[in-house]
Design a protein around this ligand. Sequence first.
Ligand SMILES: [Fe+2]
Ligand SMILES: [Fe+2]
Length: 254
Amino acid sequence: MGQLRKVWIGLTGRFAWRFRAAHLLRAFSRTEQGSALDMFAACEATPRRELRRKYFRHALDEWRHAGVFKARARAVGGRSATETGVDEAGVIVEHGIIGGRTLFERLGERDFLAFVYVAEADAVEQFEVYAARGLPDPDTQAALSVILKDELFHVTYSKHELERLTGAPPTTGTAAVVGAEARAAVRRIRWSRLKEGWLRLSLDIGHLMTSLWLTLLYALLIPPFRLLARLEPAGWQAPSADPRPLRLRLQSEA
Ligand SMILES: [Fe+2]
Ligand SMILES: [Fe+2]
């Protein structure tokens, strides 16, 4: 699975960095912002004092990463600050807070730590593949190598805290999680992320098919109909030159 995932990241990454670099960087920026919000919420909700400080530092890291990715997206894609702002408008809705409950509230501390560990380990793997294959431009590559150090810290501390919370002897470094309960939590989170990934892919395919069918409908069905259509006193009318909305026009005619 690990090797297969790396090949997949390499293949899709080659395409994304070549043709959609700005789009990819904006997506990273939104994800980092979402993670920062999750961590700020966890910082507020956790009953553990020692973890509150780590969550807060983690949130600040992610917020900084979001800014770095946003700046790189602007540099690569040449979009204005307003356009980038519009992109970010859906972050709170898309990430973290669902149905009024934060990720921490939905998962509880143990599974939240497992989620952070899995998400961060996946991000590290993804960034390492990009860096090893030299896919981003040199400036983004330099920014990524700085971000990667923070992400490695996120992996190691979340793993350490997950093991501690579940009563396993806490380990350091990026080796696999130890302890039956911690491993089960990691497995559960991996499985739910797989399911979410599948649902997201299905949604994207749905959007693609909708655009395709609507384009075909407009291109093939509407033009012949337009050729046959004629203006009629009681039916089809030429568009009005009056710039006011229809509702106001009808009111003034009444
Ligand atoms: Fe990050
Ligand atoms: Fe992170």
